[in-house]
Design a protein around this ligand. Sequence first.
Ligand SMILES: [Zn+2]
Length: 125
Amino acid sequence: MSGGSNAVAERSAGSMKVSGETFTCERCEVTAGWIAGSEHSGLPHGWAKERRKVHCLACRRDLAAEAVLKKVPEGTPASELPKLKASARVEFELDRDADRPDGEIAKACSTSIAAVRKARQKFGA
Ligand SMILES: [Zn+2]
């Protein structure tokens, strides 16, 4: 028998309410924050604040890839660049959290598991 007194707090058409602080990525302008009542605070997972600029995880990964392009030696064939960017992304992810499975990192970086394994070897992670 359900007497209807099972008090499950049902808030009025509660769409996600974000508690106080929200963060906007400097680069892609995505906004994120924590759901009201969440015990989390501070930057969302994977985000970082560097030199007073806030970047989301996806942009941090892209920035890591772009940083590599600035360092490529002259004469590097353009066909090599996507590979360099991909490995920069993987290295970024390994640096962030090397404990994740290869498949997960590969997916996050849209690259192959083989590429992740190769980066792990190179990185010693
Ligand atoms: Zn972003």
